[in-house]
Design a binder for this molecule. Structure first.
Ligand code: SF4
Length: 357
C-alpha cells in the first residue's frame, strides 16, 4: 500500500484531536425543527408562542423528522408549515383535512399535523373538518382560534361573539358563534381538548397527549390576534382574572376553580357553580371529571357559552376506537386475499363507459 510522506498526512482541525470518531447521534433540538424562513406574523401575535412550543416538543416525540408533515389551509395560522423544518403543504382554503386524509390513507406511517384557523376550519372548511373527525384519521388538528379573520384584515369569523363590531359587521355581528369543542364532539372526534397560546406549559402537555392518541385529535388553541382582536381571551390568561374565569379539567379529579374555593356540580343536566366556603357543600359535591364520558364532555363544553361559568380548559373527551387508515388497510388486505391483486386499468374500463364521437 503506498504511504503518504509525513508532510501530506491528513490532520484533524485544531480542537478535534481528542474527539471520539465513533458515530454518534446528531443533537436534535428546537433548532432542528426551525426552518430558515423569515417568520412573517405580526410582532406580538400569539402564533409565535404556539410555533415555539411545537418546535420544542417535536424533538421529544418518538418520530423521525423525515416522517413529519404539517398541512395547513389558508389564513395567518396556515403559514405554519413554512416555519417547520419538516415536510409540509400550504394547501387550499378549508381543505387541509382533505389533503391530510389522502396522505394518511396512502402513507399511514407518516406523522401528520393539520394547522388551521377559525375561519379556515369552521367556515369554508366546516364540512371537511367534521368528516375527518368522524372518520378518525390518525393525526393532530390544531385549530388556532382568534375569533377574527386576521389575514384579510379583521372581519368577523364563525367564532366571533354576537355584537362583534368589525369592518364586515359595522353595527355588530348578529350570528351566534360556533363552539369548536361542541362541534368536534358532535362530529365524533375521539380526542377533544382546549388550551391557550399564553399557557405554553399547558399547551405542550395537551400537544403531547394529542400526539400519543391514536385517532383524530382535535385541539382548540385560544390565540391572541393583537392587531384585529387584541385581548379576546385575556380574561382566561391574565393572572388577575384567570383563577375566577377558568377551570382545568383533570381526569378523575373534582371540578374545582378559584384556587379551590369554588366547584361545579350537576343540577340535573346543568352545571352549577357552588362556593365551598359557604353552605353545606364540600369538594365531594363537585363533579369528578371523567374524560371518557361523552355525555359529561357535551355538558361541560356548553359552559363556554354561559358567561357566568368559568371557561373549561384541558382534555374534554377521549375514546379509543379503530382509525380510518387502519380499517381501510384491513379492508384492502381482506379483499386482496379473497380476489387477488386488483387491476386499476381493468376497473376503469369495466362498465358504464362511453365513447363520445
Ligand atoms: Fe397574528 Fe392577527 Fe397579525 Fe394574523 S393579523 S399575524 S393573527 S396578529
Amino acid at each position: 500500500m503506498p504511504t503518504l510522506p509525513p508532510s501530506k498526512k491528513p490532520t484533524l482541525p485544531p480542537g478535534l484531536g481528542s474527539r471520539r470518531l465513533s458515530p454518534s447521534k446528531p443533537k436534535i433540538d428546537r433548532k432542528a425543527y426551525s426552518s430558515d424562513q423569515d417568520v412573517r406574523w405580526c410582532p406580538g401575535c400569539g402564533d409565535y408562542a404556539i410555533l415555539a412550543s411545537v418546535q420544542r416538543l417535536m424533538p421529544q416525540l418518538d418520530v423521525k423528522r423525515e416522517n413529519v408533515v404539517f398541512i395547513s389551509g389558508i389564513g395567518c395560522s396556515s403559514r405554519f408549515p413554512y416555519y417547520m423544518e419538516t415536510y409540509g403543504m400550504h394547501s387550499i382554503h378549508g381543505r387541509a383535512p382533505t389533503v391530510a386524509t389522502g396522505l394518511k390513507a396512502s402513507r399511514p406511517e407518516l406523522d401528520v399535523w393539520v394547522v388551521t384557523g377559525d375561519g379556515d376550519a369552521l367556515s369554508i372548511g366546516g364540512n371537511h373538518l367534521i368528516h375527518i373527525l368522524r372518520r378518525n384519521v390518525n393525526l393532530q388538528i390544531l385549530l388556532f382560534n382568534n375569533q377574527i379573520y386576521g389575514l384579510t384584515k379583521g372581519q368577523f369569523s364563525p367564532t366571533s361573539e354576537i355584537g362583534k363590531v368589525t369592518k364586515s359587521s359595522p353595527f355588530g355581528s348578529v350570528s351566534p358563534p360556533f363552539n369548536p369543542i361542541s362541534i368536534s364532539l358532535g362530529a365524533s372526534a375521539s380526542f377533544v381538548a382546549r388550551t391557550a397560546d399564553r399557557d405554553t406549559k399547558h399547551l405542550t402537555q395537551i400537544l403531547r397527549r394529542a400526539h400519543a392518541h391514536q385517532g383524530s385529535s382535535f385541539i382548540e388553541i385560544y390565540q391572541n390576534c393583537n392587531i384585529y382582536n387584541d385581548g379576546a381571551f385575556f380574561a382566561f390568561t391574565e393572572k388577575a382574572t384567570k383563577p375566577e374565569r377558568t377551570i382545568y379539567l383533570e381526569h378523575g379529579k373534582p371540578m374545582l376553580f378559584s384556587n379551590g374555593s369554588k366547584g361545579i356540580r350537576l343540577a340535573g343536566f346543568s352545571p352549577v357553580v357552588f362556593d365551598l366556603e359557604e353552605g353545606h357543600l364540600s369538594s365531594e359535591d363537585a363533579i369528578v371529571y371523567d374524560e371518557t364520558s361523552l355525555e359529561l364532555a357535551e355538558i361541560v363544553s356548553r359552559m363556554s357559552q354561559q358567561p357566568d361559568m368559568p371557561r373549561p380548559f384541558g382534555v374534554f373527551y377521549r375514546e379509543e376506537r379503530p382509525t380510518y387508515e387502519q380499517m381501510l388497510q384491513e379492508q384492502v388486505m381482506a379483499v386482496t386475499e379473497k380476489r387477488g391483486q386488483g387491476d386499476l386499468d381493468k376497473l376503469l374500463h369495466a362498465a358504464d363507459t362511453w365513447t363520445i364521437s
